[in-house]
Ligand binder design. Structure first.
Ligand SMILES: [Zn+2]
Length: 96
């Protein structure tokens, strides 16, 4: 049966519409069997492990970005003529 929390959409948007969140009831399956419809879907060990590793990886990237940003800031301090360009760069750092 179709998940009654997300209406089978698998994800739903946050109230400000900025990001999509995986449905916590069906865990992104969109459908539930009758046991799951009462108890909610259970995440498999594999999914749990995957999620854990993804979070660790994200934290590493986050730390990496902070390091790069602080190096760029140092550089900008020493090269005031480049400061504006470097500040733009710092703002636009993204890791996908
Ligand atoms: Zn759902």
């Amino acid at each position: 049966m179709i998940c009654n929390k997300c209406n089978g959409q698998k994800y739903y948007e946050s109230s400000d519409g900025k990001f999509k969140q995986r449905c916590p009831k069906c865990l992104g399956n969109g459908e539930l069997d009758w046991v799951e419809s009462v108890l909610g879907a259970k995440e498999s060990d594999l999914e749990k492990e995957f999620e854990k590793r993804r979070k660790i990886q994200e934290e590493k990237w986050e730390q990496e970005i902070v390091k790069i940003q602080s190096k760029l800031k140092e550089y900008a301090e020493q090269h005031p003529e480049e400061k504006e360009n470097i500040e733009k760069l710092i703002k636009n750092i993204r890791i996908y």
